[in-house]
Design a protein around this ligand. Structure first.
Ligand code: HEC
Length: 169
């Protein structure tokens, strides 16, 4: 009798904890779904694809290649040399390749990074904290080398004046 009661108790506890863990799992799934949606919103709104996605050429110009979203400058793409004397303040301040993933300027040539979750070549091995620090400090992983232009990480303090209404006649 007693053994039976204990067994029933164990089954009940097991069922309750299963229900609990399934609830926690559902909650975690909901949170990560929301995080993914938020990330998609920020990446779209932030225009990350403009530079971090290789392009396909269309009659209207370069368009993001959906099969290589956010994979960065293609490793096998050969970048043409920058003609001498072109990147001067009176001529051009920056140049980009047809993918808009390689950028030449007074800083040299920079290549848009692979932002996919690939652990070896993308940012899959990064923690959320390292990502946030990179974006806030403009340094690789928040501590490494400065991130070059045109990566738009700079938070610039510049209080723009309020509009001035016309004085009237
Ligand atoms: C105008 C072009 C441009 C846009 C837009 C852009 N990036 Fe970048 N990004 C770059 C370039 C170029 C680099 C490489 C710079 C370097 O090598 O120093 C870079 C580097 C990075 C890095 C650093 C990788 C590392 O190894 O340290 C991260 C992270 C990153 N971008 C995230 C983003 C995110 C997220 C967005 C959208 C919110 C974005 N970028 C939008 C051009 C851009």
């Amino acid at each position: 009798m007693q053994v039976k009661a204990v067994a029933v108790g164990i089954v009940l506890v097991a069922c309750t904890s299963m229900a609990l863990s399934q609830g926690a799992l559902a909650q975690a799934k909901k949170e990560s779904k929301e995080q993914v949606r938020r990330g998609e919103y920020l990446a779209t709104f932030g225009g990350c694809s403009d530079c971090h996605t290789p392009k396909i050429m269309t009659p209207n110009g370069p368009a993001p290649d959906a099969s290589r979203l956010l994979s960065g400058h293609p490793a096998n793409s050969v970048v043409a040399p920058v003609p001498a004397g072109v990147l001067t303040p009176n001529q051009w301040v920056a140049m980009t390749n047809s993918d808009l993933t390689a950028w030449a300027g007074p800083w040299g040539v920079s290549f848009a990074a692979n932002l996919t979750p690939d652990a070896a070549t993308g940012i899959g091995g990064w923690t959320a904290d390292q990502f946030a620090k990179t974006m806030r400090t403009g340094k690789h992983l928040g501590v490494g080398r400065p991130i070059l232009p045109p990566m738009p990480w700079l938070p610039i303090s510049n209080p723009v004046p309020q509009p001035i209404p016309p004085k009237g006649p």
